[in-house]
Design a protein around this ligand. Structure first.
Ligand code: SDX
Length: 385
C-alpha cells in the first residue's frame, strides 16, 4: 500500500473545510447569524429565519411583508413540473421512487424553467433562493396529492409558509397549533453549517455550477438515513419496536429489544451526531412541542412519546448517546398525521434556505473544493507485462 498524503481524517472528522458567516454549530450552542436557536424557535417565524439566513440580517416589518409577498407570488410550478408530478403515484406504487427522489428530480427540472438558472451573481442567486423556497412546498404538496390519487390542492395566499405546506399536502386547513409545530420544526431544520448535504451543495457550487444543480445534489445527500433520512428511519424503528413488543410499553420488553439491537450492533436511527456529543440543541425543543401535540391528540400518540422516551433513556444510560433532532421529529410528524416518506422532503423545504445561503456564500468567495485522498490500490505495474 502506498499513500500520497501524510494525514487522513476518515469522514473528514474534525477537519475545518472552509469558513462561513451563516451558522455556528458548537457543543454549547447552535447559532444562525448571531441568534441562538432557542431564541429563534420561540420568537421568529420560518420566513424570518429564511430571510435572516439568505440576506444576513433579520427583516424589518416592511422587509418581511415584501419577502412574504414574493414567496407567495412564486409558489406556482411550471406546467411541465406539474405534469411530471402527476406520475408520482405510479412511480412510488409501481416503481422504485420515493418522495425524496421525486423532489430531487423536480428541483432539477425547475432549473430548466428558471430564467436565471445559469446566472451565479449574488442578485440572481437571491432571487433563485426565494423561488426555490417558495416552490419546494408546492412540489411536496402536489406529489402527495398525486400519491393520494387526488386533484392538486393549489397554494393558498392567505396562508403563511408552514400553514400553506400543511394545506397543500392534506387539503385541510391546519389548526394554529399544528402550524406552530410545523413552523418551529422548519426553523430548527433550516441550517447546520457543514453537514453532509450543505457540504455537497458547496462542493458543487465551488465548481461554479448553478444553484439548482447544487440543491439537487444536496437533496440526494440529505436522503440517506445517516443524514436527513433519519427522521423517517427513526419513526420506522419506533413502529418496528411497537410491532415487536405490542401495544403496552412494557419496560422489560423495551429493554430486551434495545439489548438485542446493541448485540446486533444496530445503528439506532435518530441518535448520535458528528458534532454534538452532549446532546443536539434542537431535539429537546421539538420533543417538548411534539409531546404537547401528542397529549392533545390522544393516548396512542402519548404512548408513542413514552416509548421514545424509554428508548432515549436506555441509549443515554447504557451508551451515553443522545437523540438528534430527527428522533423527536419522527414522533412529532407522525403525531401530526404526515405520511412518513414526506418527513425528509419537509426537511428539504426548510434546509433549502440554509443550502441557498451557503451556495451564495460559496459563489461570492469561491475556491474549488478539491481535497486529496490516501491511495490504497496496487503499486505501479505494466499493462503489457
Ligand atoms: C443529521 O452533520 C449534521 O449537522 C447533520 C444534521 C443537520 O442538521 O444537518 O444534524 C442532521 O443528519 C442528524 C443525524 C441523523 N442520523 C442518524 O440519526 C443516524 C444514526 N446516527 C449515526 O449513524 C451516527 O451517530 C451519525 C451518522 C449521525 C454520526 O456518525 P459519526 O460521527 O461518524 O459517528 P460514528 O458512526 O463513528 O459513531 C461513533 C461511535 C461508534 O461506536 P464505536 O465504534 O466507537 O464503539 O458511536 C456509536 C458508533 O457505533 N454510535 C451509535 C450511534 N451513533 C453513534 N451506535 C448506535 N446507534 C447510533 N445511532
Amino acid at each position: 500500500m502506498s499513500t500520497q498524503t501524510p494525514t487522513m481524517a476518515k469522514g473528514l472528522d474534525g477537519v475545518i473545510a472552509g469558513e462561513t458567516a451563516i451558522c455556528k454549530v458548537e457543543q454549547h450552542a447552535l447559532i444562525y447569524r448571531g441568534y441562538e436557536i432557542a431564541d429563534l424557535a420561540e420568537y421568529a417565524s420560518f420566513e424570518e429565519v429564511a430571510y435572516l439566513l439568505l440576506v444576513g440580517e433579520k427583516p424589518t416589518a416592511a422587509q418581511l411583508e415584501a419577502f412574504n409577498d414574493e414567496l407567495k407570488g412564486e409558489r406556482g410550478l411550471p406546467s411541465h413540473v406539474r405534469d411530471q408530478l402527476k406520475n408520482a403515484g405510479e412511480l412510488v406504487k409501481k416503481h422504485s421512487a420515493v418522495p425524496m427522489d421525486l423532489l430531487r428530480t423536480a428541483v432539477s427540472v425547475l432549473g430548466h424553467f428558471d430564467p436565471e438558472c445559469q446566472d451565479n451573481s449574488p442578485e440572481a442567486n437571491l432571487r433563485k433562493s426565494k423561488r426555490l423556497l417558495a416552490k419546494v412546498p408546492t412540489v411536496i404538496g402536489h406529489m402527495q396529492n398525486a400519491i393520494d390519487g387526488k386533484d392538486y390542492v393549489e397554494p393558498d395566499d392567505s396562508l403563511d409558509h408552514a400553514a400553506n405546506l400543511l394545506w397543500m399536502m392534506t387539503g385541510q386547513k391546519p389548526s394554529p397549533e399544528a402550524v406552530k409545530v410545523m413552523d418551529v420544526s422548519l426553523v430548527l431544520y433550516a441550517e447546520h453549517d457543514f453537514n453532509a448535504s450543505t457540504f455537497t451543495a458547496r462542493v458543487i457550487a465551488g465548481t461554479l455550477s448553478d444553484m439548482h444543480g447544487a440543491v439537487t445534489g444536496a437533496i440526494a445527500a440529505l436522503k440517506g438515513p445517516l443524514h436527513g433520512g433519519a427522521n423517517e428511519a427513526a419513526m420506522e424503528m419506533l413502529a418496528e419496536i411497537r410491532k415487536d413488543i405490542g401495544p403496552d410499553n412494557d419496560p422489560k420488553k423495551i429493554q430486551d429489544w434495545m439489548h438485542k439491537a446493541f448485540e446486533d450492533k444496530r445503528k439506532l436511527m435518530g441518535f448520535g451526531h458528528r458534532v454534538y456529543k452532549n446532546g443536539d440543541h434542537r431535539a429537546p425543543i421539538l420533543h417538548a412541542l411534539g409531546r404537547k401535540a401528542a397529549e392533545a391528540r390522544g393516548e396512542e400518540f402519548v404512548k408513542l412519546f413514552d416509548l421514545g422516551e424509554a428508548v432515549q433513556k436506555i441509549m443515554l444510560d447504557e451508551k451515553n448517546i443522545f437523540p438528534n433532532v430527527d428522533f423527536p421529529c419522527g414522533m412529532t410528524y407522525f403525531t401530526m398525521g404526515i405520511p412518513v416518506p414526506q418527513y425528509t422532503p419537509i426537511f428539504v423545504a426548510s434546509r433549502v434556505s440554509g443550502w441557498c445561503a451557503h451556495i451564495s456564500e460559496q459563489h461570492a468567495n469561491n475556491r474549488l473544493i478539491r481535497p486529496r485522498v490516501a491511495y490504497t490500490g496496487p503499486d505501479l505495474r505494466k499493462w503489457n507485462a
